[in-house]
Write a protein that binds this ligand. Sequence first.
Ligand code: AKB
Length: 351
Amino acid sequence: MISKRSNLRERITLITGANGEVGHGLIQHLSATRGASNVVVLDLRGLDESMRGLVNRVIVGDILDNELINLLLNEYEIDTIVHLAALLSTHSEFNPETAHRVNVQGTVNLLKLAIEQGKTRAAPVKFIFPSSIAVYGLPDLAEKAAAGAVREEDYLYPTTMYGCNKLYCEHLGRYYAHHYQQLSATPSVRLDFRCVRFPGLISAYTMPTGGTSDFAPEMIHAAVEGRPYTCFVGEDAQIPFMVMPDAIKSLLMIAEAPASALRHSVYNVSGFSLSARQVADRVRRDFPDAHIAFEPDKSRASIVSSWPVDVDDSAARQDWGWSPEYDVDRAFDEYLIPVIKDYYANRPKAN
Ligand code: AKB
C-alpha cells in the first residue's frame, strides 16, 4: 500500500547497486563535474567509505524490500533512477532463481516506483537502465564470425539467466512506459525509459565480480600487480569492451538526450573489440614478464562464444551523438595501464 506523501520532498537522483564498479565511476564523475549532493544511493552493501561524503544519503537495503521502496516514494521526489543493481552473468548461472528475483523483480519494483512518482510530477521520471551484450546469443562460432557487429534487433537468444533477465527488463521498461500512458484518462508520460546495452566493461579502479567478461579486467589488473593469471576463456574468445569513463559518458549522454531524438528505448554502445589473446598481447607490451596462461572453463567459455564479436552502435551515434573517447590504444596507454599502476603503487599496504 502506498501511504500519503509530504509536499516537501527533496528532489533526488536515485542510484541502485551504487557500490558496484559502474556506481563508483558514476558517483565519482558526478561529484567531480556537477556535484552529487542530490544523489541518494541504495545498495545491499552500503557504499565504500571513500565515497560516502560525495552523496546525499546512503541507504543499505534491498530492492526487493517493498517497504523500502515505499519509503523512497514517500520521502523523495525522484526525478531520475539509474538502476545498476544486478547479479552478473557467471554469478547468475550458479543462482538462476535468485538472479531472476533480483534482476527482474527488483527492476519491476523500481519501474513501479518510477510510475508512482510520475503521477505527482509534471515531467516523467527518467529511468536509466544498463543492459548488456548478454542479451545476444549466437548459435556457433562460424555464425559469430559471419555476423560481425550485431544490431539491436538481431540474435536475441540469450543463453544465460542474466541475459534473459536483461532482455526481458528491456521489454518491461518499454511496456511500463507505454502501458500507463495509454491507460491514463489524460495521457501523460510518467516514465521515460532509456537503456544502453553495455559490452564488457573495464575499470582501472575496481574489479567486477561475477561477470563473464571479467577475464579482460582480471588479466590487466593481475599483470600490473605482478600476479600470474589463468584465463578462463580460450585465446580466440572475442567480444566488445569499453572502459569505464566511456560507460559513464554513455549513461549521461542517453540520460540527457532530448526525448524527441530517441527513436528507440534500447541502444548498443561499444568501445573496441578484442580477443583474449589481443588483451594478453597488449598487456605484455607494458609488462613483458606477465605470466598469462589459458585454461578455458567450458561453461564460461561457451557464454563468451555466444556473445557477439562486436555490436553495431550506429543508432546511438545517429540519434544522440554517441562516440567513445577511448579506442584500444588510448584505453591502454592513457587510462588502464597508468591509472592501475598508480592505484597499486599508492594503495595502503595491508598489515
Ligand atoms: C557480465 O560479464 O556478466 C557483464 C556483462 C557482459 O554484462 N560484464
